[in-house]
Design a protein. Sequence first.
Lengths: 514, 146
Amino acid sequence: MWPGRTRIGASAGLMGLLVLVTCGGSSAARDEQAWRLAEKAYQEHGDGSAHGLWAALDPTAPKGREAHRRLAAADQQYRHAIDLFRANAPGVREAMQEGLALGPIDPTHYLTLARLCAERGITLRAVDFYRKYLNQGPAPTEATAARLELANLAAGKDPFPPLFAEGTRPPESPQAWPTPIWTLAFLGPALAFALLIALAVALAIALILRTRNRRRGLRRLLADRPEWHQTVAYHLGCLRHEFLKHRVGPLGETLRAIARATASADESRFLRDRLSQGTPLRLAWRAQLHALERSMGIAWKLDAVDPVFRRARVAMEHLGRQRWPIRPADAKRLLVAHAALMSFDRQLSELVAGLVRCSVDEALLREVVESTRSEWVTGKVPLDEIQIGPVPPGVEVDVFRTDLRIVLKNVVRNAIQAVAAAPAPRRLALDVQVEPEPTGEEFVVFRVRDSSPSGLHAGDSKGSDMEHGLGIVNTALRRYDGSMQVVPESDGYAKAVLVRFFHSQRRLASEDAA
Amino acid sequence: MNRLLVIEDGNEYAEFARLFLAAHFHIVVAQRAADALACLRAQPVDVLLIDLRFDRAVEADLVGDVNATAHRLFAGDRERALRHLQDQQGVLILAELRAAGFGQRAVFIHEFLPRRMENLRRLYGPVHALPTFDCAALRRALEEED
C-alpha cells in the first residue's frame, strides 16, 4: 500500500482539529492550542507534512506570528541547503539541520530535492523525496510529472545524510510549554469529535481516489505508469497468443464454412471442441485478464472498466453461449463476434507497439557523458580523450529514457572513477552497435570503453562492480530484459562494459509499412 | 501430393492442418527439433509449418543452452533465458534444420515485424509468416513459389 495515504488522512485530521480549535474559546487560548497542535504534528512526523498546519496559524496572534517567523527563517536555510547541494558544495547537512531546528520544510522543496538526488544517482533518497512530495497532495500536473519520474527510478546506494529518513525526529523546540489541566478537559471531547471528522475526511479521500482509478482504462493507466509497460506488453502478448491466436483465431474458417452451409462433420466437431472442451472460453479469458490485472496490482476488472476490453468480453461471451448444432444464420452472428475479437487483437497489437521506447542517438550519449562529468567527483578527473559515437540510425530500445540514462550514467561514472586511478592517457569512449540474433531479433549494445583494467574480471553484472553503485543498473536490467558484460578491449582501451537491450524495431516497422 | 511437416509443441497446428489442408498436403507432425530432423531425414518434405512459441516444451527438448543464454543475454537469469528460448523456439528449430542442410520453405503463423522478417529471410532463406489462421492465405503461403 502507498504509505502516503495514511499520512494524508492524518494531516487532514489534524487540519480539521486545527479548524475546530480555532473556532472556540478565547483568541489567546485558540492561538495557544493551534500552535500546540502544529508543533505536535512536527514533532511526530518530523517532515513537511506539518508545514500546512504551521502556515495555517493566525499570523496576527503571538504564537502564530512566531511560527510564521520561524517558517520563513527555516525556509531560508532549506533554500540555502538546496543551493549548496545543487552546486555540489559542502555544508548541505548543516544547513538542513539548521532549517529543521527552526520549522518544517515546505513540501514543494521535496520535488527539487528529489530531482537533484535523481540526477546524482542517489536513487533511494530521490524516491523518498518524491513520495514525501506526492504525499502532500500537489497540483495534478506536478503530481503527474513527479509520479512519472518516481516510477522510473530504480533502487540504489544512498549517500545523502539521513535527515529525512522515516522515523527521524526534528530537534526539540527551544520553548516547552506545560499543559494546563483545563485544556486537557476541553480537548477530550473535542479530540474525539475531531478524530471522527478526520476519519470521515480520510474515507472521503480514499473513496475519491478509488473512484477516480476505477474509471481508468488500460491506455490511460499506462500513460501514467510507464513502469508497467514491460509487464503489460508481456501479458498482452500471452493474451494474444494463447487466447486470441490459438483458441479464437482458427474458429473463423469453420464458422465461414457453416455460414455457407458447406461445413463437414469434422469441421463442426473442430468448432465444438474449440468452444466447449478444455477450459471454458469465459474462464480462459478471465485467467488471462486476471494475470494482467494482478501484474499491475489493480483491484478492478479491466473488461468491466475499459470499453475496448468490455466489447471484446461481450464478443467472447457471445461465442461461448452458442447452441448446438450451429445453424448458418447463427454462424453469421458468431462471425461478427469473431471479427470483433480479431479487431481487438489488432488493437492490442497497436497498443503494445505504442508502449515505452527510447530513441538512441549521439545526443543521448553526449547528454549522459556531460551530465556525469558535471558531477563533483567525476568532473575532477582529467580525461585525455572522450569519444562519443557512432550510433547506427533508427535505433530504439524498449526502455524508459530516464532509466536508460540512469544505467548509462552509472556505467560511465564507474569508468571515469576507474581511469582516475590509472596512468595517462586516460581515455573514455561510448558508442552503440546493433547485434543480430539467430532468432531474427536484434540487440542494441551500448559499449563503454575505458583505459583502466580495474573491474575487468567482474564478468557480468553480478561482479564486483556492484560495490561501485551498479546495483541500480541491475535493477533496470532486470526490468527491461537487459544484460551487462565486462570484456577486455584493445586499441588503447583496457576494457569495455557492454550493456544490451532488445532493439524495439518498431519505428522501422512502421516506416516499412508506410 | 506435397508433404507438409508441422512442428509444434501442442496439437493446434496439426489439427488445423488436418482439417483444412489435408486435401492438398500429406500432413506429418513433429513436436521438437530432434523429431523434425529425423522426419526430414526419413522422408521427403516439401514445406514446413512451424509454431513460434513452445511454452509447453521442457528444457531438455529445447534448442539452445539455457545457461549460456542466461549468461550472454539475461545477466545470469535462467528463468528469463528459459522463457526466451521457449518464446523463440520455432525460429531456433528452423536454424537447426537449416544448419542440417534442409532448406524447405518455412511458414510461421505470427505477426513478425518487417525488419525481423527481413533478418529471418537473410538468415534462413525462404521464410513466410501470416498473422492469423487464415486457411486460404496459409495455402497460398505454403504453395507459392519463392
